[in-house]
Design a binder for this molecule. Sequence first.
Ligand SMILES: [Zn+2]
Length: 302
Amino acid sequence: MLSWDPMQAPAFAESNCRLCGTTDCPAVLDCEGFQVRRCPSCTTLWCDPLRLPEDESEVESQAGSEADAPAIEDTYLSVDDTIQRENNARLDLIRDLAPPSSHPRLLEIGCMHGGFVVQAKRAGYEGHGLDISQRAVDWAAEHNPGMVSFGTLDASQPDDSLDVVAGFNVVEHMDDPGEFLDHVARVLRPGGIFVAETPAQESLYHHVLFGRAKVLQGRGSMEVGMHPGTHIFKFGRKAWTNVLRGRDFDVLDVQAKSTPLRELLAKTQTRGLVFAAGIVGFGLAQRLTGLGNRVLVAARAP
Ligand SMILES: [Zn+2]
């Protein structure tokens, strides 16, 4: 079994908070091959190391591309109508805060096939999307030409050039969300809107997994909903509020969301019936308790 050895600091080790700069943040979970750290100031959680060594990541990516496991890009296409409904709810929120008449230029980071960008364009925005999946960008070039480019938010995007920056289920995958948010603040014009959706700490799923992991700590592999290289960071309603206020954003809306059951099932279809039943049970319990697994946050740039 791989166990955490602080004497052998791996590449991508990170004990400091990339969101607010707090140093030497304590570990709250000892998992197989990594720790989960929590920032005492902004409450963000992350995996230390942020990524596992190159060879392990390669093994994982090979496993993920086996013929019987559909690519994540195809999974999203298979539940397109469900995602369109989610996108409409996101657009309703953005329209209430930043109507296209006053906030026309919208950029989505991690846009996959560009479905949200297409819907945003229909709603009146000048929308464009960026993604680092070549497969998704190629699909978009064929079906939604000119809407999606390969890339992510970086120094090439001019200052004060956008009215809305959106990122749904992407910020938790980044190596440095702090640097990303610095770019968001830079590229939004004053008063522009940032909208993001990520997994949430204030969820039933999170409480159950972390509670179980604390009891079973050190006894082998455990699903904690976070892993180096995939779900690296975990925010929540409190963490997003702290992080964005720390960057002088005005937090306008922070709400609990639940992944639609169809989307959950599509993403877990290769994991077996018992796993799927558990996911559906969690999904229903989260709806009943209001402890949704994700958080949708909207904030106004300074
Ligand atoms: Zn912090």
